[in-house]
Design a protein around this ligand. Structure first.
Ligand code: ADP
Length: 449
């Protein structure tokens, strides 16, 4: 089967979050099943710089305000199609944000162009290749199923839409309809309209043949008002075509035995060696207590405001925190303020350091208010770093909570807390029966507070 994956991020070339990891790992994971996946990605400067021997396989005279080429190239084992549209993508800043941290005003046009290019490819724009199926990711790929549904390829090239995070809905003002090549007859609440605006995510949810999201629990949650963010009705209507498939991790990239950032991977000695190095790197005092790590976007979605409030309790109990992240300015400032001998804060994005943190941490904290799947808890599981997570979405599906039954069956893998509140987070360790047993027997728990 020939598949075209349409994504705004793809590791190792360009990454702001889990979408990139998944888009980068999916082709390799599906290849043994007979799927050839080509990935359509915007030609951001960082992507263009990484290309060698790219060949133009399609040219568009007017791609949303300027000419564009589709370049075919292989990078890091990925079969890529790059939308080289300098008027849309050749600019400084990030994939979505300008240098002052605001959204690019033409984001709707930029990613409509990506989706439209996918539809053109589905309709034969590349001379010697056509996909059987087009797979759109999130709002950036949401218009692809729509454009295909309104093109000659409708019904022949099938479409799948995956929700990685419903909080980002690709909203654009209604007056952009013509610029986004949306027919006025499709601007109504059963199609692309979302409360008077255009939603490119909704476009994908309405027009794709099949819908998926990144964990079974998140799929159920999305059909409720609490988590569906206004799109729960659309998803309930499409329940028969909607499935949650748990993300996996790329075990070649996240492999303690082969990871250049890991000093020595054998537990328990390896953990102690990596932990000592990590403490040094974060200027943390030597201590007997557990070292908790966080690698995350700093946002309220991730519950990091709760962690700030629970921090005094964690420190009182002899724990330490090492945090790596970027995000909301107020959270960045508050964590910097909290830095001290037992709290190490690194504001920034650092892939290599994130590996060293998985290697050296005792526990990885993921207190998200909602979490479509979450990857860092799975990295923790792979690196012997106990996940302490909120009971929601993919966190519920990937961590087996410590309970008397799961412990005696030998299957517990971490700790879950619920509801997602400061109190429950602060007290999560008391729900850990491993700790309670050890305290009863007088043993020191090396993993948790
Ligand atoms: P989301 O996609 O919502 O941000 P995920 O847990 O699905 O959350 O994926 C986040 C990915 O980004 C993980 O691979 C994580 O290690 C990585 N990541 C997040 N913040 C940073 C950072 N500051 N430095 C390095 N990697 C980070």
């Amino acid at each position: 089967m020939q598949v075209l994956s349409v994504t705004s991020e793809c590791a190792p070339l360009i990454k702001t979050g889990g979408l990139a990891d998944v888009a980068g790992a999916l082709p390799g994971a599906l290849a043994p099943l007979g799927v050839r996946m080509r990935t359509l990605l915007p030609g951001y400067p960082v992507v263009m710089r990484a290309l060698k021997d790219a060949v133009s396989v399609a040219h568009f005279g007017d791609c949303f305000g300027g000419p564009a080429d589709v370049l075919a190239v292989e990078v890091a084992g990925l079969d890529l199609l790059i939308l080289d549209a300098p008027h849309l993508f050749d600019r400084p800043g990030g994939p979505y944000l300008n240098q002052s941290g605001g959204d690019w005003a033409d984001n709707p046009e930029r990613f409509a162009a990506l989706s439209w290019a996918a539809s053109e490819i589905a309709n034969g724009a590349i001379a010697d290749w056509q996909p059987d199926l087009v797979h759109g990711h999130d709002w950036q790929g949401g218009l692809a199923p729509y454009y295909i549904a309104r093109s000659p390829a409708a019904g022949q090239v099938r479409t799948v839409m995956t929700i990685h995070n419903i909080a980002f809905q690709g909203l654009a003002p209604a007056w952009k309809q013509a610029a986004l090549r949306i027919s006025p007859t499709d601007f109504h609440s059963d199609a692309l309209e979302y409360w008077g605006q255009i939603s490119t995510l909704k476009a994908g949810l309405v027009f794709a043949d099949r819908l998926t999201t990144v964990s079974p629990t998140y799929a159920e949650e999305l059909m409720t008002p609490q988590f569906g963010m206004g799109l729960e009705g659309v998803l309930r209507d499409r329940r028969a075509d909607f499935v949650g498939i748990l993300n996996g991790i790329d075990e070649d990239v996240w492999s303690p035995a082969a990871d250049p950032e890991v000093r020595t991977y054998k537990l328990p000695k390896g953990k102690a060696a990596n932990k000592a190095l990590l403490r040094e790197e974060f200027d943390l005092a030597a201590a007997d207590g557990p070292l908790c790590v966080v690698v995350s976007r700093l946002t309220e979605q991730k519950g990091l405001d709760l962690l700030l409030q629970a921090l005094p309790t964690l420190l009182e109990r002899g724990g330490q925190l090492a945090l790596l992240g970027t995000g909301d300015p107020w959270l960045e400032a508050a964590f910097k303020q909290a830095a001290g001998p037992n709290v190490g804060i690194r504001i920034g994005y650092d892939e290599a350091l994130s590996h060293r943190m998985m290697a050296g941490g005792d526990a990885i904290l993921v207190p998200s208010r909602f979490e479509p799947c979450g990857l860092t808890q799975m990295y923790g599981l792979r690196y012997g770093t106990l996940p302490l997570v909120a009971l929601t979405g993919g966190l519920a599906d990937t961590v087996i909570p410590a309970t008397p039954a799961s412990i005696s069956a030998g299957v517990a893998t971490g700790i879950q807390f619920y509801p997602v509140s400061v109190e429950a987070l602060s007290n999560a360790r008391t729900s850990c029966v491993i700790c309670m047993n050890r305290r009863i027997t007088g043993q020191r728990c090396s993993a948790m507070l």
